[in-house]
Design a protein around this ligand. Sequence first.
Ligand SMILES: Cc1cc2nc3c(=O)[nH]c(=O)nc-3n(C[C@H](O)[C@H](O)[C@H](O)COP(=O)(O)O)c2cc1C
Length: 224
Amino acid sequence: MNVSEAVATRRSVRKFTGQPVDRATLTRILEKAQRAPSGGNTQPWNATILTGAPMQALFAKVAEQFPKGREAHAPEYHIYPPELEGAYEARRFGVGEAMYAALDIPREDRAKRLMWFAENFRAFGAPVLMLVHTPKYMGPPQWSDIGMWLQTIGLLLREEGLDTCFQEAWAVYSPQIREVVEIPDDHIFFCGVAIGYRDPDAPVNCFDVPRADISESISWEGWD
Ligand SMILES: Cc1cc2nc3c(=O)[nH]c(=O)nc-3n(C[C@H](O)[C@H](O)[C@H](O)COP(=O)(O)O)c2cc1C
């Protein structure tokens, strides 16, 4: 698999088979991903990788919060800026609608949508959940470095036939995560990453997620 194939075949997988992922594979990928660039080579990424009983304990801890609904949500940062609007907001809305259409869950069926949202907190059936955090004093440049590292991991996983779903949703349950997973107090919790083998037949893994034309984001200067 070349880089273009890895990029083209990566998608957010939201239904995994139960097939386990061995630690040696993850170690190999994480060692390669250390080559990801970061401003000043600070390498500001930190993570805890769960599987088995500790992961199930986290799922159970978080599930206790579901009846409280949004009141229990306590992210340590704005998952989306409150000002999100225009094309950005339309894209965010669009992917949600496309996903629920693939799942055949209509907009009015709030209960079913919530039940599906809860799948986030079972890592969509993945056998591995990586929890990403960084010192609280790190700023936007370092968060961007973490993004480069995460995408590097995502692409390397593709090379090994594995898939991911990056999951900011976990941020809403940061306090519960901290109860059962050792995350330093002076670190901010960023996101989860579900890792495993995709169920290729699941409709939720097959819907199209369009991208804007590059003319919407790129301008050229000094070209013909
Ligand atoms: C940092 C980050 C956090 C994300 N959080 C979630 C999440 O909590 N739940 C989810 O289902 N998808 C999540 N996504 C997936 C995005 O919705 C997805 O990347 C986007 O719609 C583009 O689709 P694609 O990844 O399938 O190409 C996240 C993606 C990123 C990069």
